[in-house]
Design a protein around this ligand. Sequence first.
Ligand code: SF4
Length: 235
Amino acid sequence: MEISLDVPFVLGVLAEERELALREIRDLGVVRAYENSRDRHDARIAAAPDVGTLACRAGCTWCCHFSVDVRAVEVFSILEFVERTLSSEEKARVFSEVRANALKLEGMDDFERMRHNVKCPFLLSGRCSIYAARPQTCRNYHATAVAGCQASFEDPDNLDIDPEFAPMVYQAGGAHVDAFSRAMREAGYDTDVYELNSALAAALSDPHALDRLEARSPPFAKLNGDDVPGEFEDL
Ligand code: SF4
């Protein structure tokens, strides 16, 4: 779907969030700063003028079978949320699914992953069990019609399906995520992108991964991320 970019709006979000994020990363540490930024991310999307056009509803889970990209800071925040909010039985089930998914996806490139539906380990009884801590990719995944999401689920090999989305929600969410990543990069932290299950499995098997992120080193000993340019990198 082609959209016309509202450049002043995007530049405004980039500047405002980057400045706040830089200050909070310095004062609160990168994980806490990310969690504050996540709250602002939700508020920004809720304030987008076309938010009312979204078809996304609780119980609609087509997109929870698609590939999810995360940055390391999100992984550690999710694991802290899981530790705090899920029961022992739920945690055991989630971690077992994480490891099974990571094995299933091992060795696949981005395009192969997109061609495979894999149920997200956090999807429980048709609901996201980590909704408040869900990744930025999930926060930014919106559609104005369910048909495109369902079609992608039913025909994962067809990468030409282009779900309809809300232009201002897309710009607000994309610019917000870009701004936080720019701030992390400027502060010297890892901003590589990882597949959700692989990154969770790597963090679960390595007690020093968070220490390395906080020390501004690559966080995962056995997992390489991708240096993916931001949505609005050229602005
Ligand atoms: S984290 Fe939650 S919203 Fe995101 S794919 Fe998983 S179940 Fe769906």
